[in-house]
Ligand binder design. Structure first.
Ligand SMILES: *Cc1c(COP(=O)(O)O)cnc(C)c1O
Length: 361
């Protein structure tokens, strides 16, 4: 079997060892005589696996004890509505940093729930930059401030975090989850879909400071109420079992490969391989984003014409590479370099880029 070099933005590449382990254990999980995905989520095999998974999340992200950690369904997208429904209190505003496609979707849902203050509007620079953290101050009547740590489509990533003092800071970390250490204690809530960096699609990781529940809106229906999930240890209803199992195996792989620091090193090394080609191309490959906020996970780049971009895609395809087309909303090219993508695959892409310029430039 020849595996593709997988640059998809999500769902995305998983470590080979994890796929092999899922395959080996699919029919008979740890000699239980049945599969993990056939077992009750109230039974011992699931509970053991689930608890190990949660303790790995806590260990690898260094999550303090006053945070609840659990998984929900509905994708990261469901959080766009749950966050304002739970935390945007009547008579206050929520400050949103409108930094690109994903933050903008969160804004649009929050506006249907309550008053939103667009603290920063990236549309002025076509979502290629972010605000200077030192200047970021939430409104005086703010329920929370919201940001997206890595804009998967636009290819920009926060490098430092604003200090919002007493105002809870909430972040969507879907596409850079565990690609670097993050100071959890600066945030009231972090969340992310697991399908970019942590496992098969299905689960959304929620990390919630427990005091947030004290200020929460009441009268929410059960599933939409964070308190309900915290009270039930994340098992209010059937969790996405297969996804969580995959996450547990990916977390073991991350731990073995140096944890959050190890992933950050890999991400720097891999993204430098591509940014160096772009920067050394004399403008042949163009990165549209502010160099201060370049994403290490999703590298967006362009060629002079769409014809050249089509040709480039055809050549990468012939070289066994998939997923390099930019998001349909913005066009261009994009290489997603998530944790599990091997360094050799990134080197291969860098080589194809240089060769493409040599022949067509
Ligand atoms: C992919 C992505 C989402 C949406 O995730 P779903 O699980 O498909 O709802 C949200 N935010 C960011 C930053 C993403 O990359």
């Amino acid at each position: 079997m020849s595996r593709k070099k997988n640059f998809f933005a999500g769902p995305s590449v998983l470590p080979m060892e994890v796929l092999q382990e899922l395959q080996a254990q699919l029919l008979d999980y740890n000699d239980n005589g049945l599969s993990m995905i056939e077992a009750s989520h109230r039974g011992q095999p699931f509970e053991d696996m689930y608890n190990e998974c949660l303790s790995l999340v806590k260990e690898l992200l260094k999550i303090p004890d006053n945070y609840a950690v659990f998984f929900l369904g509905g994708g990261a997208s469901l959080q766009f509505s749950m966050i304002p429904m739970n935390f945007l209190r009547p008579g206050s505003v929520a400050d949103y940093i409108k930094s690109g496609s994903w933050a903008n979707k969160a804004v649009s849902d929050a506006k249907k729930v309550g008053d939103v203050n667009i603290y920063y509007d990236g549309s002025v620079n076509n979502y290629t930059s972010l605000p200077d953290v030192a200047t970021v101050k939430p409104s005086s009547n703010s329920s929370y401030m919201y940001l997206c740590s890595n804009e998967t489509i636009g290819g920009i990533e926060w490098q430092e975090w604003p200090d919002t003092k007493d105002v809870p800071l909430i972040a969507d970390i879907s596409s850079d989850l565990l690609s670097r250490p993050i100071p959890v204690e600066k945030f009231a809530m972090l969340y992310g879909g697991v399908q970019k960096n942590l496992g098969p699609a299905g689960a959304t990781l929620i990390i919630l400071r427990e005091d947030m529940l004290e200020k929460q809106n009441k009268n929410l229906t059960a599933y939409l109420d964070y308190a309900q999930h915290v009270k039930s240890g994340g098992l209010y209803n059937t969790p996405p079992v297969f996804s969580i199992w995959g996450v547990k195996l990916v977390l073991e792989w991350i731990k073995k490969n140096g944890g959050a620091h190890g992933m950050a090193k890999r991400a720097t090394l891999k993204s430098n391989l591509i940014y160096d080609v772009i920067d050394g191309s004399g403008g042949y490959f163009k990165s549209p984003v502010d160099p201060a906020y370049r994403s290490k996970m999703n590298i967006v780049f362009r060629l002079e014409t769409e014809e050249l971009e089509q040709k480039f895609l055809a050549e990468t395809k012939a070289a066994g590479m998939v997923g390099l087309k930019g998001h349909r909303s913005v066009g261009g090219l994009r290489a997603s370099l998530y944790n599990a993508l091997p360094i050799d695959d990134v080197q291969a892409l860098a080589d194809v880029m240089k060769e493409f310029q040599r022949v067509n430039g």
